[in-house]
Ligand binder design. Structure first.
Ligand code: GLP
Length: 244
């Protein structure tokens, strides 16, 4: 389902509806939300916070699983996705910090980080994500699955492309400070979620969105993997939808 909103604010409302409906269809146990970082989902988190304030939603018993984390940053580092999500998600919609799960990209050796990635993937599979929120990179990545990622991949270390590092440099003190690698859920891991909600706003995403939704299913555009999923809601503003 592709929903085209008039603007980013309306896109946040559509996305919130899609997320809450997806969570409501859970039959037993506490809700499990798959969460993304980046600028795009901030409107959604703020919309969900308003619903919490109005008593229409409650995330106090929910758990959240992040898509990805930078390699080499401890979970306490200001630019780590763990800290970002504590500030932008937990403190906004009320997911408890102890219920926020993030990949651990920090360790003494590559082997240790690889083992941590596999353990995270197993934990994620065990939890069963109800709704996975996704943004999209300008090169078509989801999570940090850069072009060329295997469509069946699991949580693992991925090298970041120059474009992704440049896109994310605004959060760091310059390009040199941006880590070169990440630990990211694989495309196969992401597909396990019961529902995917992919959000894209702004003209800079228009090419990636058109390729993902109307192009061939291909590792060249990792987001095209959503074509395989039976329950996907894509929420766009008019600018992001302009090449469809
Ligand atoms: C990062 C994240 C992605 C996110 C992308 C787009 O690379 N790993 O999960 O979708 O940025 O970010 P933004 O929403 O800021 O454009």
């Amino acid at each position: 389902e592709v929903l085209i909103a008039a603007n980013a604010e309306e896109a946040a409302t559509f996305a919130a509806e899609a997320v809450l409906h997806g969570l409501a269809s859970r039959k037993t146990g506490n809700p499990v939300l798959g969460v993304a970082t980046g600028s795009t989902p901030l409107g959604l988190y703020s919309e969900l916070a308003q619903r919490v304030a109005r008593g229409e939603a409650d995330f106090s018993s929910a758990s959240a699983y992040a898509l990805d984390e930078y390699v080499g940053l401890e979970g306490t580092h200001e630019q780590s996705y763990r800290q970002t999500l504590i500030t932008e998600l937990c403190q906004v919609i009320g997911v408890k910090e102890e219920n926020l799960h993030t990949p651990n990209g920090f360790g003494d050796s590559e082997e240790q980080i690889i083992a941590q990635a596999a353990a995270y993937d197993a934990q994620l599979t065990e939890a069963g994500v109800d709704v996975q929120i996704l943004g999209i990179g300008t090169n078509g990545h989801i999570g940090f699955n850069e072009p060329g990622s295997s469509l069946g991949s699991r949580t693992r270390i991925k090298r970041l492309t120059g474009q992704t590092r440049a896109d994310n440099a605004r959060f760091f003190d310059g390009l040199d400070a941006v880590p070169t690698h990440s630990v990211t859920q694989g495309l196969g891991s992401i597909l396990q979620a019961r529902r995917l909600v992919l959000i894209a706003t702004g003209s800079q995403k228009a090419d990636a969105v058109a390729t993902a939704l109307e192009g061939a299913l291909s590792a060249a555009c990792p987001a095209s993997v959503v074509q395989l999923h039976p329950d996907v809601v894509v929420v766009l503003d008019e600018a992001a939808a302009s090449n469809l």
